[in-house]
Each structure stands twice: as structure tokens, then as C-alpha cells.
Design a protein around this ligand. Structure first.
Ligand code: P6P
Length: 337
């Protein structure tokens, strides 16, 4: 049987099911090709002169890696000319990037974390690109980058597509257009993404949790209680032994959960309380929350459903607890009692 490429899958979603528009199909294709180019750049590693620091800081005050900047440029260059976008926003840029006047504008907004998990680049551990697509509100003020920020401030339920590429032993693209979650594997010889799994389902229960344990003394009581109960194992109140994983690349940790279940937590803690959390809402928490919910999981801040949050600013940070539904509901319940 002929390979179901990403293009064929998107055509089925557009032409046969009417789930997406032709412009959204084109947008996702373009983003996937940018991810292919990022995968090639990463794959060169030290041979490509792209490792190490860029010598600059991003809006988050984080030192940028050369590959952070390169990945951001690849996504901007790939997406600004096609006529499907009105503007883009990135973890690496303070303000939105408006489509230059010389190019046609479209009806979509694209946000992305061009290279998530940068601290893992130089030690050759999986990293990824996370992206989210919104519709640009009618009559949005896109006269300046400052004015354009308002158009992006939509709840996660407004996303029309979300996905991530994970650059690991293989390069995968994991995507939802609101009709379940599909996984595509990059066929480097053919130069395209091929469908390798659809209708991804996250098991409702798990024995695996992901959290940075070094923050334990900073956690709120409900998280401390939950992690203590998992560590207590079979003899504890949860009556089973748990395993722990922490890659420190959200994309890699989330992909493990999409594949075999688990719970991922970057909860509110005293270290990050003044910032609102560690992870960014618009281009980390929201796209991952949509993917997880589309795969039968759950995603909350510990107190609220992430997708229901009304963003207040572009680089807003939030606590994130996501993964196997019953486990997320358990620890969220601890916050509410
Ligand atoms: P820590 C990567 O920098 C990131 O934004 C996520 O991908 C990851 O889950 C988290 O931060 C890791 O944070 O504090 O463990 O280094």
C-alpha cells in the first residue's frame, strides 16, 4: 500500500473530512518542512558549527544556543512568504513577527518554541520544536508588533492545530488538527514525513512520573503529597510501585507519555512563583495540552484546565500537570481539597 505521507493525511482531513482548510494544510506542510531542515541542522552537530552559545539572550533572559537562533530563523523564513499567516510569535522573540508587506497575509497565527530543551543540545539528548496555530481575529490590529500581541491572546481551546517535532533517534512529527493525534516519521531518503501511527491514546493509568525532583523543597503541599505517595510505592496509599523519568526536554517527556502513558509535572513552586511558573503557555503548555486531551489525557495547572486559561501576555508562564487522565485528576483533586 502506498505510504500515507503527511500531505496525503492532511488532504484526507481537508478534502474528505472537511476538518481543515487548504491554507491550514499548506501551513502545516510548511512547518513540517522547516522541522525537516532543523533536523538536518541538528544532525550535523559539531560538524555543522552549530553547537554552543549564540552569545545572546532571549526575551526569557536565557542564553541562546546557536541552534535556538538558527531554528527560529528557519521557521520565520519558511512561513513568512506563503500567504497563509498574519503573524508569528516565538519563545525566542520579544514581540510578534509580522508578515512583511511585500508578502500576502493569511488568516492564521503561528506560535512556536523553535527548539525546546536547548540545554540538551550539546549533550546529544532529544530536543524538539513545539508549535500552535490560531486563527487571526477579524479586524485584529496588526499595525505594529506591539499591537499584534493582543491577537495571539486566545485560550488554548481556540487552537486549530498543534504539534511537535521530536529530534531523537528518529525525527517524528506529532500533530492534531482537532481530529485525534497522528504520528509521522521522517523518511530521510524520501525527504518527507510518513504516517506511522494515528488515533494515539494515552493510557488512563500509569506507573511512571516525570518531575524535576531537585525542586522538591519548593513544591506546594498537594504535589509533595502526590510524589511522596508514588515514591512510597506498593506499601503506600496508591498500592503500586512507580518509576521516574526526567529528560528535561518537555517534547521528549511528553512524547514518552503519548507513547506509553505517564504524568508530567512542572508544577508551581516557590522558585518560579513570581514568574507564574516555568513553562510558557502560548507555545509549550497550550499545544501540548491540546495534543494530550486529543489523545484522551488531561492537562491542568493543578487547579484549572490549561486550555481554558485566558492568556494575559505572550510569554506568560503557567504550572503544567499533564498526561494519564486518572493520575492528573488525582493530583489536581489534591489541590482542590
Ligand atoms: P529544568 C527546557 O528548557 C524546558 O523549557 C522544558 O523543555 C523542560 O521540561 C524544562 O524546561 C526543564 O526544566 O528546570 O528541569 O531544567
Amino acid at each position: 500500500m502506498a505510504q500515507r505521507t503527511l500531505a496525503r493525511y492532511l488532504t484526507e482531513e481537508q478534502r474528505d473530512k472537511g476538518v481543515i482548510t487548504g491554507d491550514l494544510k499548506f501551513l502545516i506542510e510548511i512547518v513540517s518542512r522547516a522541522c525537516q531542515a532543523i533536523s538536518v541542522a541538528i544532525g550535523k552537530g559539531g560538524l555543522g558549527g552549530v553547537l554552543g552559545e549564540a552569545g545572546s539572550d532571549n526575551v526569557q533572559g536565557e542564553a541562546q544556543k546557536k541552534l535556538d537562533v538558527l531554528s527560529n530563523d528557519i521557521l520565520l523564513d519558511a512561513n513568512e512568504w506563503g500567504g497563509h499567516l498574519a503573524a508569528m510569535a516565538s519563545e525566542e522573540m520579544d514581540l510578534p513577527h509580522l508578515v512583511p508587506h511585500r508578502f500576502p497575509k493569511g488568516e492564521y497565527l503561528l506560535t512556536f518554541d523553535p527548539l525546546d530543551g536547548s540545554s540538551n543540545i550539546d549533550v546529544n539528548v532529544s530536543i524538539g520544536t513545539i508549535f500552535s496555530v490560531l486563527k487571526c481575529p477579524e479586524g485584529a490590529d496588526l499595525s505594529t508588533p506591539e499591537a499584534a500581541e493582543k491577537a495571539f491572546l486566545q485560550p488554548g481551546t481556540a487552537q486549530v492545530a498543534a504539534g511537535y517535532a521530536v529530534y531523537g533517534p528518529t525525527t517524528l512529527l506529532v500533530l492534531t488538527v482537532g481530529d485525534g493525534v497522528a504520528v509521522f516519521t521522517l523518511d530521510r531518503e524520501q525527504g518527507h514525513f510518513v504516517l506511522t501511527q494515528e488515533n494515539v491514546r494515552i493510557p488512563e493509568e500509569t506507573k511512571e512520573f516525570a518531575i524535576n525532583m531537585s525542586n522538591q523543597r519548593f513544591w506546594e503541599a498537594p504535589v509533595k503529597r502526590y510524589v511522596d505517595e508514588m515514591v512510597a510505592g506498593k506499601s503506600g496509599p496508591l498500592g503500586k510501585d512507580y518509576n521516574m523519568r526526567w529528560v528535561a526536554s518537555m517534547v521528549a517527556d511528553v512524547h514518552r507519555i503519548m507513547t506509553r502513558g505517564g504524568i508530567f509535572m512542572y508544577p508551581m513552586d516557590e522558585k518560579v512563583r513570581d514568574k507564574g511558573g516555568k513553562l510558557r503557555l502560548m507555545y509549550e503548555a497550550n499545544p501540548m495540552a491540546l495534543l494530550v486531551e486529543q489523545a484522551g489525557g488531561a492537562a491542568t495547572t493543578g487547579r484549572k484546565r490549561i486550555l481554558d486559561l485566558q492568556p494575559t501576555h505572550l510569554h506568560q508562564r503557567v504550572p503544567v500537570i499533564l498526561g494519564s487522565k486518572l493520575e492528573v485528576e488525582r493530583v489536581t483533586g489534591y489541590h482542590c481539597n
